[in-house]
Structure formats: structure tokens, C-alpha cells
Design a protein around this ligand. Structure first.
Ligand code: ATP
Length: 459
């Protein structure tokens, strides 16, 4: 008899090595050997980016397929073995979780996904779900915290917006932080593939597709369509051996982690929040080059921070003035001895700009020198040429602001997190395929062509 199954997996890697997506790739290989019918691409979901337990990007993976029921016991055993062999369980914070859902995803997994995107879920509540009429099996090592991400990945809804990530892996025994790659070929390929994004940061002149850790990911190429990321991969010149490749469908860069509006009074540590508020004082710079702006929301004043790595974004934050109404988006950093509870800004949107009034003339009409008031209600004098302007000659006009209502101001590519939606994606939904059948067919096409994608280095 044929049946639908979903496998979820999370928390298998550490800062010293391994990668949950690589392990998921090995599971796909094992399932392929068992002749299953894949229903979709494997799903790479990113969850709340502010979770303290995360290793890097808080990612989890699920794989959906149809199999004959008599094979599932063996498949499950193989998955457990792969988790045992390829998880870095010696690392203190690695707590692998593996879940097998039999039949369609339990509606509770959908709720877990929704909440895992922006809140903090307790392991106890997760186990209550898995131990209470859950149609499936689960396996965990140590604390088993990975069960949360594994369940969330099974329940992930990637239909309204989604992206793709093509990953080329090196041999996992290689632990160097450097990836040898021809940077110019990446820039060239990026410019000829508009549907692949985030490959290169042209402001910081930085390659974005190569990670810097000891994990097996050689490159991760992201884009709107499966075709665009494969095309990009085909065009770049690699300088290392590739062990295997995989193509994931993902919630990356779709910004699903701000589903709910919070007020200043109900934000909680580690949550991802969007908060509407009014700027209550001029933004200021603190040690380290970080910019702080405070807003009042529901009667509570909240600090919002644009950190140094957000580079030019800080300039935009400094353009804000008292009275500007905005929606801020970011992660909640708990209060410390030094700082109050703070929203780490990922983006802001202007709801209403405060009008700013400027004096005219602003500078001396003769020599452009700075003007100085000669006293209250008494006109101005040029500091340089001493030209005097009478009070009656002074006028006022609205000052042009460097910000616009309705615009999303997002942190730059080099500082973006996996879920951040770059402004370049604002119009791209039209490229998405309409039905589940397309994912099924496209993934099978990818598997058929996979061998041809194992490129050899051009050294
Ligand atoms: P990588 O991105 O390299 O795969 P990671 O950054 O995903 O690593 P994990 O090792 O998976 O980090 O650790 C994240 C842990 O947090 C997992 O155990 C996951 O189940 C758990 N987790 C994820 N989201 C939530 C959430 N919203 N609430 C509670 N726990 C969560």
C-alpha cells in the first residue's frame, strides 16, 4: 500500500562542523535508493532568528514523499542511523530531533511552524504534542530540542511566498574557513541571472554565497526559481571538489517572522516583533558605532538599535526625527545591566513623516557662510562676512526629508539574516509556480540531472 510521509530534522550541527542540510541531503539519497516518490523539493525553513539555542541561522529541514508502507520501517531505521553518524553530538548544544509524520501534516505542526517563526516554544509543549495522538514516530538524542525545528519544518507552509537555495557541498572532513572560488565569475553570473539574488554585496564588495565556518557547505545560491539558481551554479567557476549538491525550497528572504503586531508593552525577549510607534527623541550614536532611536508604543518607550554591521542603514535611522510615526521590525534583545530591553532593527517603514521646518535663507546670501542669531527675535549675522539679515527678511519652509512614507528601509545585504526580505524581492512573486504538482515534477527533473551538476574545479 502507498502512503504519504514527511520527515523533519533539526539540531544536528555545531560550530565545529556538520550541517543539517547536508544530513538531509544524505536522507534524500537514502530515500531515492528506496525508490520513493518525492512530493516536493526538500524544504529548508528558517525559524525565529533570535533563538538563543541556534548554532547559526536556525534552519530545519523536512522531506515529503510517498512510499510503500512495508518499506517505511527500514527507511526510518536508516534515517536514525544517519542522524547518529552525522550529528555532532559531542558538542554541548547539539540536541538532534527527527520526526516522521505518517499521512498529511498534523494541523498542530502547522501551528508549531507559525509560532516557531517568531516566539520561543518550550520543549515540554512540543513533546506533549508528539506524545498525544500524533500519527508518526520521533527520535531524539540528548535533550532532543531539535524536535521543535523538525516538527515546524513538517508543518511549514511554503505556498504564498518561497525561494530556492542550491547548495554545493564539499567533503565534510574539510574544516577550513576559506572556500576557493573565482569571485569574478560570481559577479558575472550574478549580473546575468536577475532571478538569483544576494550573491554579492556590491556596497561592501563582498561575496555572499560562501560561508566561513567549518561546515560542508561550499556555496549556497539563492533565487526565485529552481532554474535561476542552477543556471547561476553552472556559470560560476569553482576551485574545489564538490561532494554532492541539493536544491531546497525555502522560506528564506520571505519575511514570515513578523506575522503579528506587538506594542511596546507586550514585546518579549527573543521574539521577532513588529511594533508601531512614534519617535520620541533624536537618534544618537553610542560606543561601537551603533545608533539608538527610541519610540513610544502604547505608552511605553522602547529603544531600537541599528548596530555597526548594518552600515549605511544607520544613516537612515539617524534621519528620523521626533514625531515620525513608524513600524519597526526586529528581534527583541533582553535587558542587561547596561541596556534596557531593545529591538535590534532589521527594517523600518515610515507610516507618517513629521514635517520639519527650515529657516530661509539657511546660509549667508553673499558668501554662503553660516548664520548666527543675534538675539531672540532679532535676525541673524553671517559669521564670516558679518552681513546682517533683519528679522523681517527671514522666512520658513518645509525641509526636504531624506525618508519617504510607505518605503521599507531594510538592513543591507551584508547584514541581512536568512529571513530578511530584500527590497529587490518586492515584485518577484509573479515568477512562482502555481501548483504542488510543479514542485513534484521539478524536483524529479533536478534529481535526474543531479550527476551533471557535480562540477569539477577549474584550477
Ligand atoms: P544550522 O542553521 O547550521 O542548521 P541552526 O542555527 O539551525 O544550525 P540548531 O542547531 O538547529 O541551529 O539549533 C536551533 C535549536 O532551536 C533547535 O533545537 C530548534 O529545534 C530550536 N528552535 C528553533 N526555533 C525555535 C523556537 N521558536 N522556539 C524554541 N526552540 C526553537
Amino acid at each position: 500500500m502507498l502512503k504519504e510521509y514527511h520527515i523533519g530534522i533539526d539540531d544536528t550541527d555545531s560550530h565545529e562542523g556538520m550541517c543539517t542540510t547536508y544530513l538531509a541531503t544524505l536522507i534524500v539519497d537514502s530515500l531515492e535508493n528506496h525508490g520513493v516518490e518525492f512530493l516536493d523539493f526538500p524544504k529548508l525553513v528558517r525559524l525565529n532568528p533570535n533563538i538563543p539555542y541556534k548554532t547559526r541561522g536556525n534552519g530545519a529541514v523536512s522531506i515529503s514523499f510517498i512510499s510503500t508502507t512495508h518499506k517505511i520501517e527500514e527507511i526510518w531505521k536508516e534515517c536514525i542511523n544517519l542522524v547518529k553518524i552525522h550529528s555532532d553530538i559531542k558538542a554541548e548544544n547539539t540536541d538532534p530531533g527527527l520526526v516522521l509524520q505518517i499521512g498529511k501534516p498534523d494541523p498542530r505542526t502547522k501551528k508549531v511552524y507559525y509560532e516557531a517563526l517568531y516566539t520561543v516554544i518550550s520543549l515540554k509543549s512540543m513533546k506533549q504534542i508528539l506524545n498525544n495522538n500524533f500519527q508518526g514516530l520521533y527520535y531524539s538524542i540528548k535533550e532532543g530540542r531539535g524536535l521543535i525545528g523538525a516538527c515546524a519544518a513538517i508543518g511549514a507552509n511554503l505556498y504564498s511566498d518561497y525561494t530556492y537555495e542550491f547548495i554545493g557541498y564539499r567533503d565534510p572532513s574539510i574544516k577550513t574557513s576559506i572556500r576557493m572560488i573565482d569571485e569574478k565569475s560570481v559577479i558575472k553570473a550574478d549580473q546575468s541571472n536577475p532571478l538569483s539574488f544576494g550573491n554579492y554585496d556590491y556596497v561592501q564588495n563582498q561575496l555572499m554565497i560562501t560561508p566561513h565556518g567549518p561546515d560542508p557547505v561550499y556555496v549556497g545560491i539563492r533565487g526565485e526559481t529552481a532554474k535561476s539558481v542552477i543556471q547561476m551554479w553552472n556559470e560560476i567557476k569553482i576551485q574545489e571538489n564538490i561532494a554532492t549538491v541539493m536544491l531546497f525550497r525555502s522560506n528564506q528572504h520571505t519575511q514570515p517572522h513578523f506575522p503579528k503586531e506587538f506594542t511596546g508593552k507586550d514585546i518579549k525577549p527573543y521574539y521577532s516583533v513588529k511594533v508601531r510607534g512614534v519617535v520620541d527623541s533624536a537618534p544618537y550614536l553610542i560606543t561601537g558605532g551603533h545608533v539608538i532611536v527610541s519610540i513610544v508604543s502604547n505608552g511605553k518607550t522602547i529603544n531600537c538599535a541599528a548596530y555597526e554591521p548594518t552600515k549605511k542603514f544607520r544613516k537612515l535611522v539617524r534621519e528620523l526625527i521626533t514625531g515620525d510615526e513608524l513600524m519597526v521590525y526586529g528581534g527583541v534583545r533582553p535587558a542587561s545591566d547596561e541596556y534596557p530591553i531593545t529591538i535590534n532593527l532589521e527594517q523600518f517603514e515610515i507610516i507618517k513623516l513629521q514635517q520639519q521646518i527650515a529657516r530661509i535663507p539657511l546660509k549667508c546670501p553673499h558668501c554662503e557662510g553660516a548664520l548666527k542669531s543675534v538675539g531672540q527675535n532679532q535676525g541673524f549675522r553671517c559669521k564670516k562676512c558679518k552681513y546682517q539679515i533683519d528679522k523681517k527678511e527671514i522666512g520658513f519652509q518645509f525641509k526636504k526629508r531624506g525618508l519617504y512614507s510607505g518605503v521599507r528601509y531594510v538592513i543591507p545585504t551584508c547584514a541581512q539574516r536568512h529571513l530578511t526580505k530584500p527590497t529587490s524581492r518586492d515584485d518577484n512573486l509573479q515568477f512562482h509556480l502555481p501548483s504542488e504538482e510543479s514542485f513534484h515534477k521539478e524536483f524529479h527533473d533536478f534529481l535526474k540531472n543531479r550527476e551533471n551538476l557535480l562540477k569539477h574545479p577549474l584550477i
